[in-house]
Design a binder for this molecule. Structure first.
Ligand code: NAP
Length: 216
């Protein structure tokens, strides 16, 4: 019997974080056209406009919000076959000292601990249903160093270590974990940069400006 890939994806449910724009939105649309029942998320919830997938409110920095979104998908579909952890942001290129400890914590809270929260909420259900797939969106800066993007690169290195270790832990339970590490992609990412919160006069301001303009 010839089973097409679309048939294999029928009745499968995908949850994609940060699906209001960019890579998350394109991923959610592609999964929906491949036959998945897709739930995308945004901190703003469902917004006006037509999408090929449903939207749920989610802030990955909140334990409660994560629990509510995952519970809602399970209530509606009874399973989650694919989790795409995509939500993330960057700090505008600047020297590492120009971000406070609070800002360092904030970027880790979304980019890294957001993935940890989502994984902790979803894995028990995948284990119970006998399988699943988790795809984490890292970055080329998760394996290459880049000056003036130290905190962002650190979060993406953390994602690589977490994802690759987790895959070894879960693969015998039928759950596979992958990390995708894109290079520069034209999205709202730069427009959504958070500005460094501890700016000072820098002797290397020109180099940081060039890094920003040439950001890969
Ligand atoms: N663009 C690139 O060059 C590039 C390269 C490598 C990797 N990446 C990675 O790709 C991922 C997507 O980025 P993008 O380029 O598509 O940027 P984007 O267009 O700015 O999209 C970011 C998404 O993340 C969501 N988000 C941000 N903070 C969130 C939070 N606390 N809770 C829930 N959702 C949150 C945003 O949703 P709301 O604001 O609606 O909540 C938005 O949908 C990120 O992890 C980024 O690091 C991007």
């Amino acid at each position: 019997m010839n089973i097409g890939s679309r048939d294999l994806m029928q009745n499968k449910t995908a949850l994609v974080t940060g699906a209001s724009s960019g890579i998350g939105e394109a991923t959610a649309e592609r999964l929906a056209s491949a036959g998945y029942k897709v739930y995308g998320t945004s901190r703003r919830g469902a917004q006006a406009g037509q999408r090929s997938f449903a939207m749920l409110p989610l802030d990955v920095t909140s334990d409660e919000s994560v629990e509510t979104a995952v519970t809602e998908v399970l209530r509606l579909e009874g399973r989650i076959d694919l989790l795409v952890n995509n939500a993330g942001f960057g700090v505008a290129p600047a020297s590492a000292e120009e971000s406070s400890i609070e800002q360092a914590r904030a970027i880790f809270d979304t980019n890294f601990f957001g993935i940890v929260r989502m994984t902790r909420a979803v894995v028990p259900h995948m284990r119970h249903q006998g399988g699943g797939r988790i795809i984490n969106i890292g970055s080329v800066l998760g394996f290459l160093p880049m000056p003036y993007m130290a905190l962002y690169a650190a979060t993406k290195h953390a994602i690589e270590g977490y994802s690759e270790s987790l895959d070894h832990e879960l693969r015998t339970r039928g759950i596979r974990v992958s990390v995708i590490e894109p290079a520069y992609t034209k999205t709202q990412f730069d427009a959504n940069f958070v500005q460094p919160d501890s700016r000072f006069v820098r002797p290397w301001a020109e180099a940081a400006r060039r890094a920003r303009d040439e950001h890969p």
